[in-house]
Design a protein around this ligand. Sequence first.
Ligand code: BV8
Length: 239
Amino acid sequence: MFGELEMVKALLDERKRVVVLTGAGVSAESGVPTFRGQDGLWKSFHTQDLARPDAFESRPELVWEFYNWRRQLVAECEPNPAHHALVELERQIPNFLLITQNVDGLHAKAGSKKLMEMHGSLWQVRCTKCTHAREAREPLPDMPECPVCGHLLRPGVVWFGEPLVAGVLKVAIDQIGRSDVFISIGTSNQVQPAASFYQLAKDHGAVTVEINLEPTPNTGLMDFAVHGKAGEILPELTT
Ligand code: BV8
């Protein structure tokens, strides 16, 4: 691991154009359950059984119970050294973009500014009928209603089967298409289109790096792979 880490650090020291993609593994050391690990269950439901429009359509009260549980849990979580190291990398590298699949808000809480929350945020709600949308940090009722039209609100996240927030994919493709280094951190690389971002980077000659607790389907396709805890590895890249 040491050699690979030194190589990655040398790449970053060259102040190149760096794009980082993060997933749930970056928040694991903050106590936020990952999606596909043992802790990815809630009341015997798998997250991706509930993070879907049809689940919300048929059982909105259950889906809201799930999201309110996650909001309460994440509200108690603090950024960990992985989040702080990414803030430091943003400070050190002029051309830097952090694209996260996470909806927990911990990158923003740590101070990341050049940040794109590609799957939305637990701290956003929007109306299922009108265009009302707002930040919602306060605890929400079981079935929150839109203050404008009275219809049911939904969590401001992108569910499976839904398109990404308009413009996010365009910016991601553009920035990754111009990056020199693409680093995937703490993701099992099973969700599209994020899991294919590395290919965009590879296609135009960027160096690709995976930092994850364990190998993923993309590991063998990356130029470098460092396996271990993000909270321990990432601070090594900032010194
Ligand atoms: C789209 C928000 C197109 C919600 C999330 C059939 C029909 C329709 C679409 C599809 C289909 N088949 C496939 C698709 C595409 C689908 C998809 O990819 N499905 C997969 C599951 C097969 N994708 C979509 O639907 C996307 N949209 O394709 O739109 C379109 C266009 C027009 C019209 C309609 C559609 C939208 C996907 C977004 C889903 N929403 N989140 C919510 O969170 O409630 S995704 C969800 O998964 C989270 O955001 C999460 O971040 C993300 C990815 O998971 P990971 O982050 O990788 O987490 P995981 O637990 O899997 O892995 C954690 C890793 O960390 C592990 O490897 C572990 O080893 C590691 N780790 C653990 N601890 C540590 C660590 N690493 C380092 N340090 C540690 N300490």
